[in-house]
Write a protein that binds this ligand. Structure first.
Ligand code: ADP
Ligand code: MG
Length: 627
């Protein structure tokens, strides 16, 4: 007898290249393939995934709209504005802390981490969940893929640790990053402004949590960021906060307790109501707000006009305009030198924002594309270019902040000036300052201030192995290299003797490779645990169904079963009931499986008796021919 031959289909490995806008508030993916540029979403759904993660008591985290819906019900376990914490230390985010309903702490390496239900989650891990959700929705819309590659955008203002944190998040999500691109650059690509002969462009991006303005120059397909300015902590969230403060002031005047006004549930509900009202006011002259939280004994109603709202947010808009003037000055341009102005981000839907930007730049801004989609579409355009697409465009980014080294006495030696076009590198000579010094401590700094103490330390390292010699004799060449992604590599070499030493730079607020590995591992371990837990729940449910069926039929069938069978069955039933009583948490999957299998085994004779009687019943009264 021969074997049946199975046709093994050759599995074609399909890879997709996405453009992903990983936003503070919302994230989404787009693609630019043979069918042209478009945002991706499962049939009938929005492409926008709120950048929110909900951590349930057990089981998998919820991401996106489902998580956002939990924010009101269970605010302390819902993470939002995660991007604000990417690559940051706790000192960087003090101002944000008071507003957060969830707990934030610090790792030994001064990384921010969230604490939810006793679990610690880094911003990179939380962002990885968002990236995964966005990518999976996109890939499903495309009919599946095995390999996901992506261009991911970050605000132009993001510094090296923040970019690195974004790369790490993608790695955790199983996404291969082709390039990190700044959001304003992506927006220009989406508008095809690279195809203009030449011109100067201002991109004004006001999202939920960040503001960026960038001045770009396009020259025959060469695309250069001339300058950037902005604020990583200014956006539509702050508009919402203005409204929350207004609600609080009014409630306080009505005699509401401070405790209630600081309650996480109140803050969450107020945030949703504020955002809703703000959106209404982009199209309507006034809106009604209603906040009823019976558990807190609170029922608040108020009306808000667009004029009142505009008065509240004017100082914030003025801040953005200051940044615009600064970016123009840095690019050595006047408003009249601009050829295009592009609006990006959901908050540019606020009419006052549009009007003020138009007035500041003296030019009507582009608003043809959906401001929520522009960045993802541009990222997809860049992905298409990188994978050999038809457009020929060269992106020249700039570094948003100066980079340097701490020198004697805590001063800063600038190595790379802010707004330098990347990739770029700079080498400078340093020397020892005491006799027989065999090591040199190097502190890599970022920032515009003159004193090291006022700059941000990106990392420290020691060059060792310098041969003993008189002070000032050693010649140490330090090279700063920023690659096209804005990734910084610093190397140092003692040149007078040719002795080479190796150094490693570990960003203070980034994850080490070992940490990324550990998290990846943990991710897989949890995936297995999640799976096992789900299986245990299923098995227990199944046993419950089996028990009910057995109990229902046992009495009628028992005369036809022998004593041994009945004893075995009784024993298996006791074990199954015990397992159900313990619940899926207390027993591992293998044990539940074994219990369920013995129950099935013990009930086989009963099943046979039942089958018999069913068949007999069915057969009686029927013609043989009917069977
Ligand atoms: P991010 O880039 O930070 O993820 P988005 O570009 O998605 O943010 O913008 C989100 C912000 O836009 C939120 O603060 C949201 O409230 C705001 N927003 C969205 N639609 C409107 C609207 N119609 N009017 C005013 N603000 C809006
Ligand atoms: Mg954005």
């Amino acid at each position: 007898m021969g074997y049946i031959e199975l046709n093994v289909l050759d599995h074609v490995v399909k890879n997709v290249v996405l453009g992903i806008d990983l936003g503070t508030t919302n994230s989404l993916a787009a693609i630019w393939d043979a069918d042209g540029p478009r945002v991706l979403a499962p049939e009938g759904e929005s492409p926008i995934v709120p950048s929110v993660v909900y951590v349930p008591e057990k089981g998998k985290a919820l991401v996106g709209s489902a998580a956002k819906a939990q924010a009101v019900l269970d605010p302390t376990h819902t993470l939002f504005s995660i991007k604000r914490f990417m690559g940051r230390g706790i000192g960087d985010i003090q101002a944000d802390l008071a507003m957060l309903p969830y707990k934030v702490s610090e790792t030994d390496r001064h990384l921010v981490q969230f604490e939810v239900r006793g679990k610690k989650i880094t911003p990179q891990q939380a962002s990885a969940l968002i990236l995964q959700e966005v990518a999976l929705r996109a890939v499903n819309a495309l009919g599946g893929a095995d390999i996901i590659q992506a261009v991911i955008t970050v605000p132009a203002y993001f510094d090296e640790p923040q970019r690195q944190a974004t790369r790490d998040a993608a790695k955790l999500a199983g996404i291969e990053v082709l390039r990190i691109v700044s959001e304003p650059t992506a927006a220009c690509l989406a508008y095809g402004l690279d195809q203009k002969g030449e011109g100067n462009i201002a991109v004004y991006d006001l999202g939920g949590g960040t503001f960026d303005v960038s001045i770009l120059r396009v020259d025959d397909g060469v695309f250069q960021v001339l300058s950037t300015a902005g604020d990583t902590a200014l956006g539509g969230d702050d508009f919402d906060r203005c409204l929350i403060r207004r609600f609080q002031d009014e409630l306080r005047a009505q005699g509401c307790a401070e405790e209630t006004l600081a309650d996480p549930q109140f803050l969450s509900a107020a945030r949703l109501a504020a955002e809703h009202a703000k959106r209404d006011l982009s199209s309507d002259p006034s809106t009604r707000i209603q906040l009823s939280l019976p558990e807190l004994g609170l029922d608040y109603r108020t009306t808000l006009t667009r004029a009142e709202f505009e008065a509240l947010i004017t100082p914030l808009i003025n801040k953005t305009l200051d940044h615009c003037r600064r970016a123009l000055a840095d690019a050595n341009l006047k408003p009249s030198d601009l050829d295009e102005v592009v609006l990006v981000g959901g908050s540019t839907r606020v009419p006052l924002v549009r009007a003020q930007v138009e007035a500041a730049f003296g030019r009507k801004p582009h608003t043809e594309l959906n401001p929520d989609h522009v960045v993802a579409l541009g990222a997809a355009a860049q992905a298409q270019v990188l994978t050999g697409g038809r457009r020929d465009v060269l992106l020249l980014d700039v570094t948003p902040l100066s980079l340097g080294l701490e020198t004697m006495g805590g001063a800063v030696a600038k190595m790379i000036e802010r707004n330098s076009t990347i990739p770029c590198s700079h080498t400078e000579g340093f020397t020892t300052y005491v006799d027989n010094q065999t090591g040199l401590d190097l502190n890599i700094l970022q920032g515009e201030r003159e004193l090291a103490a006022n700059c941000r330390s990106l990392g420290q390292f020691k060059l060792t192995g310098i041969p003993p010699m008189p002070a000032g004799m050693a010649k140490v060449a330090v090279r700063f290299h920023l690659d096209a992604d804005g990734q910084l590599t610093v190397t140092a070499r003692e040149e007078s003797t040719g002795v080479a030493s190796t150094i490693t730079v570990e960003p203070m607020h980034g994850l080490t490779d070992a940490e990324v590995e550990a998290m990846l591992h943990e991710g897989y371990a949890n995936a297995q645990a999640d799976f096992d837990h789900r299986r245990a729940v299923e098995l227990i449910t199944e046993m419950g169904t089996m028990l009910r069926a057995i109990e229902k039929n046992l009495e009628a069938a028992s005369p036809q079963l022998d004593k041994e069978t009945l004893e075995d069955l009784a024993e298996a039933m006791v074990a199954a009931k015990a397992a159900i009583a313990k619940g899926p948490e207390a027993i591992d999957k293998a044990a539940v499986q074994a219990t369920r299998d013995s129950l099935e085994q013990a009930s086989l004779p009963l099943a046979a008796v039942l089958m018999d009687s069913v068949v007999k019943k069915a057969v009686s009264g029927k013609q043989l021919g009917d069977l």
